[in-house]
Write a protein that binds this ligand. Structure first.
Ligand code: HEC
Length: 286
């Protein structure tokens, strides 16, 4: 059994066999083992990690939470082998059971301290109120990607955008240049492509690429919404549609920066070629 010869695969083959799922692009998504199995079998030390919880915090009112967690790089080494570190421009996709997808660049995971949490340190229910999405007592398990934003304050500005919860699968993916910066797009749009990836594509899509939580094609919808309405929606969706689960652009960023970001995202989406246009088919009305 060749897997036995690969010592870096700490957790496989005991747990992973039969858990590798076929994925459309031929690469493999890995169903994460249960926290109890990881603790019992992986040679990883869970530690207590205290963060400023972005889902609970509001500007000027920071709330701390402590979690039991594994350091993400060590866990990824165990699950994927150290090869995941080789291409900084590739991405790790964290996929939740409800179709929410968060793709985090490998470079970011190597640069900042990330952890996969599986419980609260105080033994309370593993859940959080998500103010940005107007949701209360949201279950976080099986895994929740958290960042040490106390020792690295610049992580706080992004809010909860790269803190996916209910993570059940991980998947090493190439950076999706083809969808986000297709041939003919000027390279100067790469910053906006990254921003749309960070803030929007966990729920939405661009020409078929992105999450399934609210799979509308932003490249199409941006063409249908007038500029002022677009700004109002991105800056404060709950003011346009009370109770919506769409989060605003990070409230922790300065307002001028949020406004500029909303406008740039629209310009970028309008500059994107529209693939497979389906006029009127998006359905979501705020
Ligand atoms: C956590 C999931 C989530 C994220 C992240 C998210 N949205 Fe949404 N979005 C939604 C949901 C849900 C709706 C549907 C609105 C509703 O019915 O509440 C929506 C609706 C929309 C609409 C349709 C509004 C209309 O008039 O029909 C647009 C446009 C949109 N989002 C753009 C964005 C952009 C741009 C970003 C990134 C800056 C983003 N969304 C990030 C969940 C999300």
């Amino acid at each position: 059994m060749s897997l036995h010869l690969v010592p870096r695969v700490l957790i496989c083959p005991a747990l992973c066999l039969g858990l590798w799922l076929g994925a459309p692009d031929g690469a493999q998504a890995l169903q994460l083992p249960k926290p109890a199995d990881l603790q019992a079998q992986a040679r990883l030390q869970a530690k207590e990690v205290t963060v400023i919880e972005p889902h609970l915090s509001r500007p000027g009112q920071e709330q701390r939470r402590s979690y039991r967690a594994y350091p993400a790089p060590a866990l990824l080494d165990g699950l994927l082998g150290p090869a995941w570190r080789a291409s900084p421009e590739a991405e790790i996709e964290f996929r939740a059971l409800d179709g929410f997808v968060s793709r985090i660049p490998v470079a970011r995971l190597l640069q900042y301290p990330a952890f996969l949490a599986f419980a609260r340190a105080d033994g309370q229910a593993f859940q959080v109120d998500n103010h940005g999405q107007n949701e209360r007592q949201v279950p976080l398990g099986p895994y929740y990607l958290i960042w040490d934003n106390i020792t690295v304050p610049q992580l706080r500005a992004d809010g909860g955008a790269q803190w996916p919860y209910q993570v059940a699968q991980i998947h090493l993916r190439p950076y999706s240049q083809a969808a986000l910066l297709p041939a003919g797009m000027a390279p100067r749009w790469s910053e906006q492509a990254r921003a749309v990836q960070t803030y929007c594509l966990s729920c939405h899509q661009i020409n078929g690429y992105g999450g399934d939580k609210m799979p509308l094609n932003l490249a199409l919808r941006a063409r249908e919404i007038e500029a002022g309405q677009w700004q109002r929606w991105l800056l404060n969706p709950a003011a346009v549609k009370p109770g919506t689960t769409m989060p605003p652009l990070p409230p922790g960023l300065p307002q001028t920066q949020r406004e500029a970001l909303a406008a740039q995202l629209r310009d970028y989406l309008l500059a994107l070629p529209l693939i497979e246009p389906k006029p009127g088919s998006t359905g979501a009305q705020p």
